[in-house]
Ligand binder design. Structure first.
Ligand code: Z15
Length: 829
């Protein structure tokens, strides 16, 4: 008692009476200080990379100030917090995004130019943080940006992989994977918290003990690993709020096993301890196939255990009754990857906090919400019981108990319908007895969200039909969105300026609904002029990149047609390549005079294949083989080029998307849960060539069918088309182009045979043959529209104008209000 602030505090406050200033002179001083004291280079001799580092550290200092204020404010206000649990975050670069959100881009550029550096050049020095695979991971990153911007009291939790997603290197047209050791040159965007660390336990046995006359279970673990926190500040735009993304790294724990040291094998003992670090060493690169690997399960539990210890510690600091937990905590499961969290909360509450099972269960059922991102059965995680039982013996018992109670409840509801009971069970009996993580997540969460309306309908009528009938109220959807801060303001500054000029305000950067105001000028000749100019400059930037990377010169008058995303059969990159072969074949067979009527195209394809996914790797090779032929054919010239952009990542997307005229989202209907790439293209005024799948159905509603190129079977037609015998499906042109590949027109005859077999006859599961004719029609419609540049420009403006619904700000607001029950908590400036 009576402990006021320490006397030194007076002095500290006196010294700290100001924030860092953002005028160019102050920035220059800070940059030079960091050159000298952080980067340890002479003020008179430092290169672009060192200048980037110094700038990054100056920005980091400003982030830290805001981070402190925000966290202190949250602590004082103690609102209900959202904890966003995701095994993947695809952040990309941080500098450009931070300076935009802090509102100091121009000041930084000024400061640098007087020192003889160019801001854009320095921004390019930064490598991507690629702690994720694709859509799901980039969605997490966009959602963090929106959570910060909208002032929500939120935390992100993830893993700090030492190796991010592999780098794709193409040799001879084949994909090779190289490790992405992204921390090599230091990471100014994280703050290591050596004192924030928790022990995470694995293996061992469970014993029965009696405590106060009650019997309880005690887990005696066999191995302990330490989780250390690394904090990554996430600044909001137009607000002081800066939230935290806390990533965990594995370190050996502090306990020394004296026994083994005494045996004299000191070196081996140390080496063995060091192995703990492998847990957070590398990101798994196969997005959506689970092979029951122990290391992967270890990653998941390591992440879950550390995050929950942190969350519960924070809760206990100020609260002593767990019945208040649901008033203060919302836990969001980003897919099933973190779903062991529901089991872990049960374990902590029952075994460690000694709550009764029912009381603990009531709490669990009120705090978790679950978002699923797929309809593909192979993407639904299953964990072999043997594996789980050996790594986490107590958790397996708890899962059995949860399932027992669930089955009892279910029997009361539906009777002894054993078929249905076994389908809904969390435990799958069979050759390999395993745990169905999606079923576990549905049983334990209050809400199950889909990522688009169509996705949600498929969940309710197919994938989780039984669960929907049991708990209709749990099933909702929040159509995905992307952040306009990164996908317009950062990546397309000239379009950003143009939009602000015509709307007369920059407010759309926080309030995306204002974009609709562009509609009114969709036919304005002056806007058309300026819009075309901006698009041309972006195409020039992309063309330069293409030439530097592939040596191919492309014409700016050609239509830039882009398909960039992970390579997967259902996304049908093969359909695209086959139609490019068709186009090539048509050009070759034309009279020379006719060729003048062809609308020139530059087809751009990019994306990574999971290292073990043979079909996807063959598609990449085919793309290169076809490109080789077309790009070197003098008959074709500028009429058609095919470019494969290697090592597609967030930064490449930032360059390619603003320069695209047309983009393709052509998955077989019913397979793409949402799709988010299409939203980025839409915002940037790129027209879409698409099937009615996932979120494109909702895009049609916003901009109208007449402003895009739609084709292909509808979702309800797909099952019947699969039944139909093969000779009724594929048109002749299709058989012809497949034959060209089969006959070795592009070489590698034997290697491509299986690709051809996979799309012909009854094995054409993804319906390339039956959609081919309508795909070609849509391509022809795009050609026709491109000839009328005024028409095209109008469609482009209407695309941007109609993209407002696809901002992650809308998604997050919806989650906050209807799923998480959280409110903004704005830190005063
Ligand atoms: C992933 O990126 C997605 C789904 C998955 O099941 C996995 Cl493992 C990774 C994607 C969906 O394919 C895509 O349609 C969606 O837009 C994205 O998640 C974000 O929800």
């Amino acid at each position: 008692a009576g402990l006021g602030p320490k006397p030194q505090a007076e002095r500290m406050f006196a010294l700290m009476d100001r924030f860092l200033s953002n005028d160019p002179v102050s920035l220059q001083k800070d940059i030079l200080d960091h050159v000298e004291y952080t980067v340890a280079r002479s003020r008179f001799s430092f290169d672009d990379f060192e200048a980037y580092q110094a700038l990054a550290h100056s920005v980091r200092d400003r982030l830290i100030e805001r981070w402190h204020d925000t966290q202190q404010y949250f602590k004082r206000k103690d609102p209900k917090r959202l904890y966003f649990l995701s095994l993947e975050f695809l952040m990309g670069r941080s500098l450009s995004n931070s300076v935009i959100n802090l509102g100091i881009r121009d000041q930084c550029a000024d400061a640098l130019s007087q020192l003889g550096f160019e801001y854009e050049v320095l921004a390019e020095q930064e490598g991507d943080a690629a702690l994720g695979n694709g859509g799901l991971a980039r969605l997490s990153a966009c959602q963090m940006d929106s959570l910060a911007t909208l002032d929500y009291p939120a935390w992100g939790y993830g893993l700090r992989y030492q190796y991010g997603l592999f780098r794709q290197v193409i040799l001879d047209g084949f994909q090779h994977e190289q490790p992405d050791y992204w921390l090599n040159f230091g990471n100014p965007w994280e703050i290591e918290r050596v004192h924030v660390s928790y022990p995470v336990k694995f293996y061992g046995t469970v014993e029965e003990e009696t405590l106060n006359g009650k019997s309880c279970k005690v887990w005696l673990p066999g191995e302990t690993v330490e989780a250390v926190a690394y904090d990554n500040p996430i600044p909001g735009y137009g607000t002081r709020n800066t939230i935290n993304l806390r990533l965990w790294a594995a370190k050996p724990d502090g306990q020394y096993d004296m026994e083994s040291y005494n045996t004299g094998d000191y070196i081996n003992a140390v080496v063995n301890r060091q192995r703990a670090e492998t847990i957070s060493c590398v990101l798994y690169p196969d997005d959506r196939s689970y092979q029951g690997k122990e290391l992967r399960l270890k990653q998941h539990y390591f992440f879950v255990s550390a995050s929950l210890q942190d969350i519960i510690r924070r809760f206990k600091d100020g609260h002593n009754n767990f019945d208040d937990f649901p008033e203060k905590v919302a836990l969001q499961l980003n897919d099933t990857h973190p779903s062991l969290a529901v089991v872990e909360v049960m374990r902590v509450l029952v075994d460690e906090e000694h709550l009764g099972w029912d009381q603990a269960w009531n709490i669990v059922c009120r705090i978790f919400s679950f978002t699923t991102h797929t309809v593909l059965p192979e993407a639904l995680e299953k964990i072999p019981v043997d594996l789980l039982g050996s790594l986490l013996p107590r958790h397996l018992q708890i899962i059995y108990d949860i399932n027992f109670n669930f089955m009892e409840e279910l029997k009361k509801r539906i009777g002894l319908d054993f078929n249905r009971l076994s389908q809904m069970s969390i435990v799958e009996e069979g050759a390999v007895k395993s745990i169905r993580m999606a079923n576990l997540s549905i049983v334990c969460s209050h809400t199950v969200n889909g990522v688009s309306r169509m996705h949600s309908e498929l969940l309710k009528t197919r994938v989780f039909k039984d669960f929907y009938e049991l708990w209709p109220h749990k099933f909702q959807y929040k159509t995905n969105g992307v952040t306009q801060r990164r996908w317009i303001v950062v990546s397309n500054p000239s379009l950003c300026a143009l939009i602000s000029k015509w709307l007369g305000t920059e407010a759309w950067i926080r309030d995306i609904d204002l974009l609709i105001g562009l509609q009114e000028f969709a036919a304005d000749a002056d806007l058309h002029q300026e819009w075309k100019m901006v698009r041309k400059v972006n195409k020039m930037r992309l063309a330069e990149y293409i030439e530097a990377m592939s040596g191919v010169k492309v014409s700016l008058d050609a239509m830039f047609d882009v398909q960039i995303k992970r390579i997967h059969e259902y996304k049908r990159q093969l359909l695209n390549i086959l139609s490019i072969i068709h186009r090539y074949d048509c050009i070759k067979n034309m009279e020379k005079t006719q060729r003048r009527k062809v609308v020139p195209r530059v087809c751009i394809v990019g994306g990574k294949a999971a290292p073990g996914y043979e079909v996807a790797k063959k598609i990449i090779k085919l793309c290169h083989a076809v490109a080789e032929k077309i790009n070197n054919d003098a008959d074709v010239g500028d009429l058609l080029k095919l470019i494969f952009v290697p090592d597609y990542n967030v930064s490449v997307a930032e360059l390619v998307i603003p320069g695209a005229d047309l983009s393709q989202h052509i998955s077989t209907a019913g397979h793409e849960a949402s799709g988010t790439g299409c939203m980025k293209f839409l915002m940037n005024g790129c027209l879409l060539l698409a099937t009615a799948d996932g979120s494109t159905v909702e895009i049609i509603e916003e901009i109208g069918e007449e402003n895009m190129f739609l084709f292909g079977a509808k979702v309800h037609e797909v099952p019947a088309l699969r039944e139909k015998s093969s000779d009724h499906k594929a048109p002749l042109q299709f058989s012809h182009v497949v034959r060209m590949v089969r006959d070795g027109h592009f070489g590698f005859k034997d290697y491509f045979k299986s690709l051809c077999d996979g799309v012909e006859g009854d094995s054409d599961f993804y319906l390339l043959g039956s959609d081919f004719a309508s795909y070609l029609e849509a391509q022809a419609a795009a050609d026709k529209a491109f000839v009328d540049q005024e028409k095209w420009t109008q469609m482009s403006i209407l695309s941007t104008a109609g993209s407002g619904r696809f901002s992650s700000d809308r998604t997050i607001e919806d989650y906050a209000e209807t799923t998480w029950g959280i409110e903004p908590c704005k830190c005063p400036s």
